[in-house]
Design a protein around this ligand. Structure first.
Ligand SMILES: NC(=O)C1=CN([C@@H]2O[C@H](COP(=O)(O)OP(=O)(O)OC[C@H]3O[C@@H](n4cnc5c(N)ncnc54)[C@H](O)[C@@H]3O)[C@@H](O)[C@H]2O)C=CC1
Ligand SMILES: O=C(O)[C@@H]1CCC=N1
Length: 273
């Protein structure tokens, strides 16, 4: 195991690039311990420009040479890629699936039960060390191997180990929801630009306020409703804005969007049963 890459990635798109950027920034492990194979090379070249990350020529070679393999291809590619690497897996290899589409049982079936499999659901803010990752692992994954995955994702943000029954919920909570927050930030900045602030300054004000509000929820121990109340003066400007947002159905709209994400995940899971 010692002469293999500690972490091997298959695919190097948006999510894998975010994970590797987070690992490099936190100096989690020597970059020479990270191997990557991908159909497209541009992202690997960008990541390896100032590091010792190793571009591996094929998925099979990557599988042969890695202790922990993070599969970062789109769900449609999972069966093909896992089938392709099965004969190269060692019995002590760990496969980490980061797609919401397949259960542990389905993944194990795809690799003919050749090695351990664990599921993780990260998000792109791992790139800046502020990610959120859910992990679920079957009991037969040895504790020290599971810990290596927890340590990897912890180097780029928070990690929670959860039961597999909750994994369908995580995309709406944290995997997909960065996209929702980006849209909200964009819309808020548009309004501020409309009101006269230069655009870059608007992004800075809005993003810093999102960050600070999130920290208050995480660190104050107060209910979000109480934190909201503390901003609203009687007869003031904030409550006037909130009244308009409620009139336009803000909460219902958000809940519907979150539920649409959840429904889609369940639909994708059923298709692959
Ligand atoms: N983008 C996100 O925010 C998140 C994505 N995920 C999951 O991560 C996985 C990847 O998603 P993205 O990074 O967004 O996709 P992407 O399309 O940006 O990246 C996919 C990568 O896989 C490579 N690839 C495709 N077929 C391949 C093959 N046969 N062999 C080797 N490489 C191959 C592509 O060249 C590309 O580099 C998906 O399963 C997705 O569900 C999970 C959480 C968040
Ligand atoms: O939409 C997607 O395919 C992935 C799953 C979680 C976030 N993005």
């Amino acid at each position: 195991m010692a002469d293999r890459f500690q972490y091997g990635f298959i695919g190097c798109g948006n999510m894998v690039s975010a994970i590797i950027q987070g690992m490099i920034s936190s100096q989690f492990c020597p970059s020479s311990q990270i191997g990557v194979s991908s159909r497209t090379q541009s992202r690997i070249q960008a990541l390896s420009k100032d590091t010792d990350i190793v571009a591996v020529q094929s998925n099979q070679e990557l599988a042969q040479k890695s202790s922990i393999i993070i599969v970062g291809v789109k769900p449609a590619q999972y069966p093909t890629v896992l089938h392709e690497i099965t004969s190269s897996l060692h019995s002590d290899t760990l496969i980490v699936s980061i797609t919401p589409s397949f259960t542990l049982a389905q993944l194990q079936h795809m690799i003919d039960h050749k090695c351990h499999v664990l599921r993780a659901m990260p998000n792109t803010p791992l790139a800046v060390g502020c990610g959120m990752t859910a992990i679920c692992a079957p009991d037969d994954v040895p504790a020290e191997i599971r810990q290596k995955v927890v340590d990897l994702f912890s180097s780029c943000g928070r990690v929670e180990v959860i039961p597999e029954t909750l994994m369908d919920v995580v995309p709406a909570a944290s995997g997909s929801s960065p996209a929702f927050f980006f849209i909200i930030a964009e819309a808020m900045a548009d309004a501020v630009v409309m009101q006269g602030m230069p655009r870059q300054q608007a992004y800075s004000f809005v993003a810093q306020t999102m960050l600070g509000s999130a920290k208050m929820i995480l660190e104050s121990g107060k209910h979000p409703g109480q934190l909201k109340d503390e901003v609203c003066s009687p007869g003031g400007s904030t409550i006037a804005g909130i009244a308009k947002l409620e009139e336009m159905g803000l909460r219902g709209t958000i809940i519907s969007g979150m539920n649409a994400t959840w429904e889609k995940i369940k639909e994708m899971g059923k298709k692959t049963e």
